[in-house]
Design a protein around this ligand. Structure first.
Ligand SMILES: Cc1cc2nc3c(=O)[nH]c(=O)nc-3n(C[C@H](O)[C@H](O)[C@H](O)COP(=O)(O)OP(=O)(O)OC[C@H]3O[C@@H](n4cnc5c(N)ncnc54)[C@H](O)[C@@H]3O)c2cc1C
Length: 411
């Protein structure tokens, strides 16, 4: 009966060490520089591609070749321990890949996911474009329209996407758009915009509080024409979905969520991975402040000898472990199709909060030094805040969890 085990397999331990080494030797030493430059760290992503950490093969192996679902969170935690902005530059294409995998056919997956990565000699990126200036949390209100031109078997996309990771610099953009806006989320579909498609351009590039190495910008779509084959899942499936949604529209609202939306399906699957990102940052700050507290002396003794500091570190360690357990549980449940409530959201909610709290406490432990750019903890604190915001804010995770546990349409 002793089936419960938290032990990592030999392969997982090796993977952890391999990614940690890369994070320590390649990512950490340049983290401050790329944060200051606020530019996409192409050379580091190219290094990751050379060792096989960035690429289609790694993603396929990590996502499909692992029954436990833990490969991704383990790798991500180590990478983000190195740096979150660079980590997201390496992992950002994964969101586009997940968007394709979640909604596309096996043929579409085979054609487009590799193009989100390119090759080790010619690195490419993918971008997942959902959010808009007036539709972030409320993904059911997208204004970007997709209109079918039957004569040419083409879709025409128009709209503006906001805060898109890798937006405008990606090779492949996965765009979620409204086909029938009246049907809200259930009237939406996902489209591939292939490389160099006329009409797609980069809007403003955002200047950010943290994860500054990661590229975030608007994506403007002006009469972007894509072939019918770029509709993820295919026309037949979309028509069936729209017919079902129209039927449901005429029925009274019941309990539960508002049905499967393309963007939500992707986010559900990727939330434990975002939780793992947050834990990587939290752990970096915890380890750094633990060492600092042992070395820094005040009143003639190391500051860790004060209970107030030691207990803070004890709580930081405990919170990180608790968050990691939730992330690993969610990753395992997700991989095995066993989500019961909203375990993915629970893991992301907890890990995001822990990252913000732990990094803030780390600044406290370093005192004045912690508040300066000479030490990395202020950067980690700036970076950590994103985990309360993207891929569903703190409040949206609470909403998803509340709906799941109550079975009610909590607003
Ligand atoms: C660095 C960065 C990278 C990003 N990358 C991507 C990307 O690659 N692709 C993509 O599509 N998007 C991306 N986003 C967008 C991100 O997912 C949204 O910013 C996020 O979903 C929040 O949307 P919003 O900013 O419009 O906030 P709003 O939805 O306007 O929310 C504002 C506040 O109101 C709260 N709120 C909203 N609705 C409710 C409610 N029903 N109940 C309680 N509180 C509520 C929110 O929690 C928040 O506190 C990125 C954002 C950032 C900052």
């Amino acid at each position: 009966m002793s089936q419960f085990s938290l032990a990592l397999s030999e392969d997982q331990e090796q993977l952890k060490d391999w990614v940690h080494q890369f994070a320590k030797d390649v990512v950490r030493p340049v983290a401050e520089e790329w944060d200051e430059r606020e530019e996409f760290p192409w050379p580091v992503v190219q290094e990751a591609a050379k060792i096989g950490l960035y690429g289609f093969d790694f993603m396929a192996q990590a996502m499909l070749g692992d029954e436990t679902g833990l490969t991704m969170p383990i790798a991500i935690e180590e990478l983000f321990w190195g740096d979150a902005g660079i980590g997201l530059s390496i992992m950002g294409s994964g969101l586009a890949a997940a968007g394709i995998a979640g909604n596309g056919t096996p043929e579409q997956l085979g054609e487009w996911v590799p193009q989100c990565y390119g090759t080790a000699d010619d690195v490419k990126l993918g971008a997942f474009c959902v959010s808009e200036p007036d539709a972030g949390s409320d993904v059911s209100s997208l204004r970007t329209r997709a209109v079918y031109d039957e004569a040419k078997d083409e879709w025409v996309l128009n709209g503006t996407k906001a805060w898109i990771t890798n937006g405008g610099i990606a090779n492949v953009h996965v765009v979620v758009a409204a086909v029938e806006p009246d049907l809200k989320g259930r009237g939406q579909a996902s489209f591939i915009v292939p490389p160099n498609t006329p009409g797609l351009s980069m809007g403003q590039k955002y200047k950010k509080h943290g994860i500054k190495a990661s590229h975030t910008s608007e994506v403007v779509l002006e009469d972007v024409r894509v072939p019918g084959s770029c509709l993820l899942g295919g026309k037949e499936k979309l028509d069936e979905k729209l017919a079902r949604a129209r039927e449901a529209l005429n029925k009274p609202k019941t309990t539960g969520t508002s049905g499967k939306q393309p963007a939500m399906a992707t986010f559900e699957a990727t939330r434990p991975a975002v939780g793992a990102q947050a834990i990587g940052v939290a752990r970096a700050a915890y380890e750094y402040s633990l060492q600092y507290a042992q070395e820094r002396e005040a009143f003639g003794k190391p500051i860790i000898k004060n209970q107030s500091i030691a207990f803070m570190l004890a709580d930081m360690c405990t919170e990180i472990d608790a968050a990691r357990l939730l992330v690993h549980r969610a990753a395992w449940l997700s991989r095995n199709g066993q989500y019961v409530n909203a375990e993915g959201s629970q893991s992301k909610l907890k890990a995001g909060r822990v990252a913000v709290w732990v990094t803030e406490r780390a600044i406290q432990i370093l005192g004045g030094y912690g508040y300066t750019r000479e030490y990395p903890v202020e950067r980690w604190h700036r970076d950590a805040k994103i985990f309360d915001i993207f891929e569903g804010t703190e409040q949206i995770q609470q909403l998803v969890i509340a709906r799941a546990i109550s079975g009610l349409r909590i607003e």
